[in-house]
Design a protein around this ligand. Structure first.
Ligand SMILES: Cc1cc2nc3c(=O)[nH]c(=O)nc-3n(C[C@H](O)[C@H](O)[C@H](O)COP(=O)(O)O)c2cc1C
Length: 193
């Protein structure tokens, strides 16, 4: 019997006019084609956490955090069996708001897989490589496959809307990416249980 896997899609940029929500909404739709998956979008705009300033390291906090919004974020992350993190590439790294969110909680990330989606002139590849290292320190399992969207600015019309069919060529890539994430989600859910 296939268990229901809870996959959270984390939108990793918060600026007005951000691109990140576009791949988030697309991948959310792609997840609907897979059985045994319960998908949810987690928007960092809904968790306006302070820049990390806790007295204690989250790795020693055992799920109890000083800040109310961080505690709320931890409660959300705790629910997931796997994550799809959508990050921009800012100066060859992930966004600060995303790194801050990753730093702010700990045990809730542990022993869960994560797949990355990024975009930019080289498809966000450099940001993803940095994120993989961060994920390992959070005791996550970063998966091999990723989704790289090249030159995202070319996919938008004058109004900033996504041109029709922009992600069509990534359909097979997305399917393989999701299958790999689901495999790890199942394996690690059993192991955690
Ligand atoms: C501070 C900053 C740094 C950037 N650095 C890079 C970069 O290193 N590589 C890249 O491909 N694009 C870079 N860009 C362009 C982004 O890929 C593009 O603005 C993208 O839409 C940002 O993601 P967002 O819209 O989700 O915020 C940068 C943009 C900003 C605002």
């Amino acid at each position: 019997v296939q268990k229901q896997m809870k996959i959270q899609i984390i939108i990793g940029s918060t600026r007005p006019g951000r691109f990140s929500e576009k791949p988030a909404e697309w991948i959310f739709e792609e997840l609907k084609n897979k059985s045994g998956v319960e998908a949810e979008i987690v928007d960092l705009r809904d968790y306006a956490m302070p820049f990390f300033e806790s007295v204690n390291s989250p790795s020693r906090a055992n799920g109890k955090y000083d800040d109310e919004i961080v505690q709320k974020f931890a409660g959300k992350i705790k629910q997931a069996d796997a994550f799809i993190i959508i990050s921009p590439e800012y100066n060859h790294g992930p966004s600060s708001v995303l790194k801050n969110a990753m730093d702010s909680v700990y045990i809730e990330w542990n022993n869960k897989p994560v797949g990355f989606v990024s975009y930019g002139s080289v498809g966000g590849a450099r940001a993803i490589e940095q994120l993989r290292q961060v994920a390992i320190e959070l005791q996550m399992a970063p998966i091999r496959n990723s989704i790289n969207i090249f030159n995202p600015w070319l996919l938008l019309d004058e109004k900033g809307n996504l041109k029709e069919g922009s992600f069509d060529q990534l359909k097979d890539t997305a399917s393989a990416f999701i299958d790999q994430l689901i495999w790890w989600a199942g394996a690690l859910k059993s192991a955690r249980g």
